[in-house]
Design a protein around this ligand. Structure first.
Ligand SMILES: [Zn+2]
Ligand SMILES: [Zn+2]
Length: 90
């Protein structure tokens, strides 16, 4: 898995800790897509949307098809938190 100390340069926030979301979180900026966090380690920020979760469950894991659908995107931790508050349905 990714190193917890991995950092990225965010266009908005500068040098930050890296986090992972699915492509739908970025594409569906106007409408909440769900926000399923899938890491037990709170310092390891990873999430995908409800549709990705359905594909994940249907596929029974991180298959090639799932990875293509998910198309994970690296964002910074602050962007992750902003996406989380936008997309959380609960
Ligand atoms: Zn998704
Ligand atoms: Zn950012």
């Amino acid at each position: 898995m990714a190193d917890a100390a991995l950092s990225i340069s965010c266009g908005k926030h500068g040098s930050r800790v890296a986090a992972v979301v699915c492509c739908h979180h970025l594409a569906n900026a106007g409408r909440p897509a769900g926000f399923v966090e899938n890491s037990e380690d709170p310092s390891d920020l990873q999430a995908w949307c409800d549709t990705c979760e359905q594909v994940y469950l249907a596929q029974g894991g991180k298959t090639e098809e799932f990875r293509k659908f998910n198309n994970m995107t690296i964002v910074c931790d602050l962007c992750y938190i902003a996406l989380k508050s936008h997309h959380s349905l609960r």
